[in-house]
Design a protein around this ligand. Structure first.
Ligand code: CTP
Ligand code: MG
Length: 233
């Protein structure tokens, strides 16, 4: 299975975590998490997966030296490719899809920032892609969610119908490419790839995600990620 890892963000919401590590702010995936950069944990899970055979890291060129150093230090056995990212996550994934080899029929897309996903989650996604063209790892939401308009609650969707989307998300490569192209033509702006599939009226299957598979977004997430990793030792 081919894996694309969007890692070309800047980590604006990570703010004060850099001061705490006495470094100047930059891509949050280079922040230290229990002795390794965040991205290293993501790569180790991909390496340990039994089904991933090809890894594409989508990054900004100014981060490549650091990314290459991480890859070398981990002594990964799987081939790793570096792909230039875009100004949005959507554009980064678009670039990643163009960089896949022509024989790639299916792809998993997994955010570099979801560094706690287990190898088994990747393998369950690969398995489920045998019988569908699009899937998203997700978990039921715990909070009651409000739709808000101009500071007032507009509605309260029934919680049992709400799921929090994670990555990995898995797709047929030709179909996802088509959806990305359609998205660019129509000017759709989305925050995940499943949304493009949906907008093209293609079915996206739910695959049970992992409660610990959080996206490291804020300094608090970094502290929680550290806590979760310590439990695993
Ligand atoms: N990402 C990307 N290209 C972009 C923006 C984001 O590949 N132009 C990646 C990030 O590196 C991350 C994932 O998409 O692995 C999810 O994005 P997010 O958590 O929002 O990360 P950042 O955009 O870096 O953080 P922020 O939004 O706080 O700036
Ligand atoms: Mg972002």
């Amino acid at each position: 299975m081919y894996l694309l890892i969007p890692a070309a963000g800047s980590g604006q919401r990570m703010g004060s975590a850099w001061q705490r590590q006495n470094k100047a702010p930059r891509n949050k995936l280079l922040l230290d998490l229990l002795g390794k950069p965040i991205l290293a944990w993501t790569l180790l899970a991909a390496e340990a997966s039994q089904t991933i055979t090809w890894i594409g890291i989508i990054g900004q060129p100014f981060d490549w030296d650091d990314f290459k150093e991480i890859v070398q230090s981990l002594k990964l056995t799987k081939p790793v490719h570096f792909i230039q990212g875009g100004t949005t996550r959507q554009e980064s994934v678009y670039n990643g899809l163009q960089a896949l080899p022509p024989e790639a029929e299916q792809v998993l897309i997994h955010d570099g920032a979801r560094c706690l996903a287990t190898p088994e989650l990747f393998d369950r996604c690969t398995e489920a892609l045998q019988t569908c063209d699009g899937l998203v790892a997700a978990i039921p939401v715990k909070d009651t969610i409000k739709v808000v308009s101009e500071g007032l609650v507009a509605s309260t969707p029934e919680r049992s119908q709400l799921w929090a989307a994670q990555t990995p998300q898995g797709f047929s490569v030709p179909l996802l490419k088509k959806c990305h192209l359609e998205g660019r033509t129509q000017g759709w702006e989305v925050t995940d790839d499943a949304a493009l599939f949906e907008q093209c009226q293609l079915p996206v299957q739910i695959l049970p995600g992992e409660e610990t598979n959080l996206k490291v977004t804020t300094p608090m997430d970094l502290a929680i990620a550290e806590f979760i990793l310590r439990q695993r030792d």
